[in-house]
Write a protein that binds this ligand. Structure first.
Ligand SMILES: [Zn+2]
Ligand SMILES: [Zn+2]
Length: 337
């Protein structure tokens, strides 16, 4: 586990981060018996959830942490700000935590392995005040001024994510031209607190459920799994066994039926000419990994960062390629998903 210790303020913030959205969501459900939930509340909730979830998957995860594609500044800023609005920590901390997970997946130094306990893998690791080591695990990202700026202004974006539904709620459902404070409060409840609760627990379910339940297509050194429901809710991140096998891949769904909305967004912007160097995995590499683990490929999570257990990736792929004909012919004899 990380040796970094959290300040008292950080410990308080981490507790509030978990408990406030949970309590607010319980209250929101209770309020359904009185006022109910308006179409505007639901719309703001769904739109907010979608943009924040994509901010985490497209922005924080596939673009920033794994460099799965290259994007222009406006695209990077937009998705990193959306990711910040999900209240899962500043981009640099999120990336460092996630890279530590890839580097030690389901081992002692994994920040959130459910091998310790399912509760620990889901949310216990946050309640235990985990603090990532940014220079060690996300050093190359510290050279990126845009990433550092958006990370340093994290709470500004969180505040904005709460102000937007509050203002829209009070303004749209106004009382004869006057700001409707009650409608604003409920919009904040649903599209602020409940939205954060959902964004949190769906992302955390990738850490807990997708290392416990589901199916495995590829041989990896951890217990990662693919889970259809989490794939759907988490914008494609539930194809987590695929992701651990090929961390750099921009798409996590490896079959047409593995729904991966984040990949659809990336593919669309690539087709429009905005994204380049989108990382994809060849059929040969997919076939190899259905049969054998490749630690070097699993640790190839961020260009410029060398992790324990990782030899030069090019050498690893050359070694794998030398046996590709044999492995592919073996694969043909196995039933595949
Ligand atoms: Zn994982
Ligand atoms: Zn990852």
């Amino acid at each position: 586990m990380s040796t970094k210790s959290a300040s008292i303020l950080t410990k308080v913030i981490l507790q509030l981060l978990v408990w406030v959205p949970l309590c607010a969501t319980v209250y929101a459900i209770y309020s359904l018996w009185g006022r109910g939930c308006t179409i505007l509340d639901l719309t703001l909730l769904l739109v907010g959830y979608t943009f924040c979830a994509l901010g985490i998957t497209v922005g924080y995860h596939r673009m920033l942490t794994h460099k799965g594609f290259e994007a222009p500044g406006w695209f990077r800023a937009f998705f990193l700000i959306c990711g910040s609005m999900a209240l899962q920590g500043p981009a640099l901390k999120w990336a460092a935590t996630h890279i530590q997970h890839h580097a030690n997946s389901d081992d002692d130094d994994d920040p959130h392995s459910p091998v310790k306990s399912f509760f620990h893998g889901h949310v216990g690791w946050i309640l235990d005040d985990f603090q990532p080591d940014i220079p060690r695990y996300a050093g190359p990202l510290l050279k990126d001024k845009l990433v550092v700026f958006i990370s340093n202004t994290f709470f500004l974006w969180v505040l904005l994510s709460l102000v937007i539904p509050f203002v829209i709620g009070g303004w749209v459902e106004n009382l004869g031209g006057h700001f409707n404070w009650s409608a604003a409060g409920y919009a904040l409840l649903w599209a602020g607190a409940v939205r954060i609760f959902l964004n949190h627990h769906v992302t955390w379910a990738v850490n807990s459920i997708c290392h416990t339940y589901g199916n495995r297509e590829f041989v990896t050194t951890d217990g990662s799994t693919n889970h259809f429901l989490i794939g759907l809710l988490a914008m494609g991140e539930g194809w987590h066994n695929n992701h651990h096998a090929f961390p750099r891949s921009a798409n996590h769904g490896m079959h047409w039926w593995q729904i991966d909305p984040s990949a659809y967004i990336i593919n669309t912007f690539e087709a429009l000419g905005f994204l380049k160097n989108v990382v994809r995995i060849s059929p040969e590499r997919l076939a190899i990994r259905r049969i054998k683990a490749d630690v070097a490929e699993e640790r190839d999570v961020l260009p410029g960062l060398v992790l324990p257990g990782m030899m030069e990736h090019g050498a690893a792929m050359a070694a794998a390629a030398s046996t590709v004909a044999e492995v592919v012919s073996n694969a043909a004899g196995h039933s595949q998903i």
